[in-house]
Design a protein around this ligand. Structure first.
Ligand SMILES: Nc1nc2c(c(=O)[nH]1)N[C@H]1C(S)=C(S)[C@@H](COP(=O)(O)OP(=O)(O)OC[C@H]3O[C@@H](n4cnc5c(=O)[nH]c(N)nc54)[C@H](O)[C@@H]3O)O[C@H]1N2
Ligand SMILES: Nc1nc2c(c(=O)[nH]1)N[C@H]1C(S)=C(S)[C@@H](COP(=O)(O)OP(=O)(O)OC[C@H]3O[C@@H](n4cnc5c(=O)[nH]c(N)nc54)[C@H](O)[C@@H]3O)O[C@H]1N2
Ligand SMILES: [Mo]
Length: 642
């Protein structure tokens, strides 16, 4: 593969479009030996010259020999190359046939590629009137919780963490998911801030923290409720209580709780609880970083709501150095061009249980278009989704690799990847908007998603004409927070959107009455399963984004990390094969011991491929979070067995 645009000894600036909060500005260059190199752009005020391992080695993926570089059609178990012309003809014929009942077409889009132009498929299938999906595999339970609490998903500027006296890292793994957040926390610590991390263990937080608190998986709401009790007993300032719409009701809820029971439910030591209470009650602001892991449970939204309540009652909302950080929408700097002139979808199938939803859809789904998501591998019950794809009759996957999802498609269309197409990206962590320039040509016949859809649209009996790309960008960038043009952004490479440094300043929240809401119910934890007593935590890997893992790199067996005190290891023979087993089946693992892990947790790093026996999603049941249509992966009960 050649690099006609990035020439030797020349650096080109582009931006990462992977689904990651840091949204880095990248310098792409070509080494002496002809290989590509991705580094952090030193001139970008947020990226500051460094990037994470997953992006640094993304260039290996661009040039990987397994890349799909021409359209492929399936015949039985084999794929044969077809021309784009034939591929478009096949798809257009199918769409024309289904045009009078477009709800029989399902569009599934993921965030494997992010950006303003990446919304092209959303617009196209919206225009067609196709069915879509609702909910998410990612962060929607926590987002819904924030909206319920404060009326909007907003947080202080991430650099305002430097003004915190204390940072409670409630459930992030600072060593893995966001290298720039980790750097900001490290700097805040150098400046004198103290850091305490709360998690079920097995992470890399010790290097970033002054104190570590271990918690039983999924039970953060009990610890947070206990803290709310302590804060309420010590007395909540009137100016805080008056900003809560339901303070008295919340006090009533707390009055019925027992501290010992709460601490027992979350298995947090009384001295850790006492320290946290002191932290939140002390002078000077305490910032709370709310993790996404703790909302991937049946009561995930409630976990987040109670943590927000701690930040609120302790007087830390709406002030510099305080706040509750979850993220903000990476699209908030843009006008949503893809929603213009598009009617709401006729139906939306729940993504956490997508296989069953497709099988039971009435009227049936007769065509599926998947782009930017490895649906079968990454969502629970992947075996059911695979079956649903098989029954549907016509599946098109726009993909660059033979993922478990692409391998169930009738037609695979090869897409360009980041650095091979242009786009504009915003971040869910910072306020910079980056120009993701095209610095390489896509290999072979691969094309960017926009071009694929534009051509397909023009071939339909009743054509769908994509808007002008430049106009779509122009519309998107002319937002109240940005007011930029594509020309300005291309010339500058990145621009900063303007948002307040402090979210909800003065405790003015985004609900119409300006008040926040405290939780109205504390749900008990579901009983542990008698035969599968642990929780299966499928956590992020440091070196790859989700399933975008070089296939040749996978070690032999999946590693499962557990405490030596885990009840599952009693009687387990680790000299013969060991399996992680759930009521849905079992997957071979190699046991690794880590005494920092809570005894009820089994930790496996996610993203491995199903067809290599390295995805746990086929044995994870489809469960929905309490709000936001999220996916409750970590509520899965599990045991280890021989
Ligand atoms: N067990 C378990 N599973 C989980 C989770 C968990 O906690 N536990 N977490 C979930 C979370 S947080 C998320 S966000 C999801 C992520 O799951 P996915 O969204 O499926 O993420 P990826 O595995 O990165 O797959 C994205 C795909 O998009 C493709 N792609 C990249 N660029 C482009 C492009 O420009 N065009 C097109 N058409 N395709 C492109 C890539 O090749 C890749 O195959 O996984 C979820 N899965
Ligand atoms: N390297 C890398 N970076 C990524 C990604 C990637 O795949 N690889 N994916 C990106 C995406 S799309 C996402 S959504 C994020 C995911 O990033 P995170 O949500 O941060 O990742 P997770 O590993 O799912 O969960 C984070 C931490 O939650 C903790 N945790 C789990 N259960 C509980 C609990 O009950 N209570 C508490 N207090 N803590 C708990 C675990 O210790 C875990 O380390 O990362 C983004 N960044
Ligand atoms: Mo995610």
């Amino acid at each position: 593969m050649g690099y006609p645009i990035a020439m030797k000894n020349e650096k080109r600036i582009t931006a990462c479009t992977l689904d990651c909060p840091d949204t880095c500005s990248l310098a792409v260059s070509c080494r002496e030996d002809g290989s590509l190199s991705f580094t952090g752009n030193p001139d970008h005020p947020f990226t500051r010259g460094f990037i994470c391992p997953k992006t640094a080695r993304f260039c290996e993926r661009l040039t990987h020999p397994d890349r799909i570089t021409q359209p492929l059609v399936r015949e039985g178990a084999n794929y044969w190359p077809v021309s784009w012309d034939d591929a478009f003809r096949l798809i257009a014929k199918r769409i024309d046939r289904l045009r009078s009942r477009p709800e029989s077409i399902l569009h599934v889009r993921g965030y494997g590629y992010r950006g303003v132009l990446a919304d092209a498929s959303k617009w196209f299938f919206g225009k067609l009137g196709a069915s879509t999906t609702c909910g998410s595999p990612c962060d929607s339970a926590g987002m819904a919780a924030f909206e319920e609490d404060f009326g909007a998903l907003a947080q202080n500027d991430i650099h305002d963490l430097g003004n915190a006296a204390r940072i409670v890292n409630w459930g992030r793994d600072l060593s893995r998911s966001s290298v720039h957040l980790a750097a900001i926390v490290r700097n805040a610590r150098k400046g004198g801030a103290k850091v305490l991390s709360i998690s079920p263990g097995g992470d890399g937080n010790a290097d970033f923290s002054d104190h570590m608190v271990r918690i039983r998986p999924g039970t953060d709401r009990f610890l947070a409720a206990a803290l709310c009790m302590g804060l309420a007993d010590a007395g909540v300032a009137d100016e805080v209580a008056d900003r809560c719409a339901n303070f008295e009701e919340f006090r009533g809820l707390l009055a019925g709780l027992d501290l010992g029971e709460l601490l027992g439910a979350c298995d947090v030591a009384p001295e850790d609880y006492a320290r946290l209470l002191r932290w939140y009650a002390a002078d000077g602001p305490t910032a709370t970083l709310v993790g996404w892991g703790l909302q991937r449970y049946l009561n995930g939204g409630e976990n987040v709501r109670f943590i927000d309540a701690v930040a609120t009652l302790s007087g830390n909302m709406g002030i510099s150095g305080g706040g509750s950080y979850y993220g903000h929408s990476s699209g908030r700097n843009f006008i949503k061009w893809a929603a213009r002139d598009v009617a709401p979808a006729p139906r939306a199938l729940p993504v956490h249980d997508i296989g069953r939803a497709i099988i039971e859809a009435d009227p049936p789904i007769e065509m599926i278009w998947v782009d930017g998501v490895n649906l079968i591998n990454q969502l629970p019950a992947g075996d059911v989704t695979a079956e649903a794809f098989g029954r549907c009759g016509f599946v098109v996957a726009v993909e660059a690799f033979f993922t478990d999802t692409a391998l169930r498609a009738d037609l695979i269309l090869p897409c360009a990847l980041m650095a091979e197409r242009e786009d504009v990206v915003g971040s869910s962590l910072h306020d910079w908007v980056n120009w993701s320039a095209k610095v390489l040509d896509p290999p072979g016949e691969a094309r960017c998603d926009w071009d694929i859809l534009a051509e397909l649209g023009s071939r339909l009996a009743e054509p769908i004409i994509m808007p002008d790309r430049e106009e779509a960008l122009r519309t998107a960038l002319d937002s109240p927070a940005l007011h930029a043009t594509p020309e300005e952004l291309r010339a500058a490479g990145f621009l900063k959107a303007s948002w307040p440094q402090v979210a909800f300043e003065g405790m003015c929240f985004a609900h119409p009455d300006g008040l926040c809401r405290l939780p109205d119910v504390l749900s008990p934890e579901p009983d542990a399963h008698a035969k599968y007593p642990c929780r299966l935590l499928t956590l992020v890997s440091r070196r790859a984004i989700h399933s975008q893992i070089p296939v040749d790199e996978d070690p032999e067996a999946l590693e499962a990390f557990v405490s030596p005190a885990n009840p599952c290891v009693v009687g387990l023979d680790t000299s013969v094969p060991v399996y992680a087993a759930t009521p849905r089946g079992r997957v071979a693992v190699r046991v690794r011991f880590d005494e920092t892990i809570h005894p009820s947790a089994v930790i496996v790093r996610r993203g491995g491929w199903m067809r290599h026996g390295r995805s746990l999603n086929p044995i994870i049941a489809p469960m929905e979070t309490d709000r936001g249509g999220g996916t409750a992966y970590y509520s899965q009960c599990v045991r280890l067995e021989n």
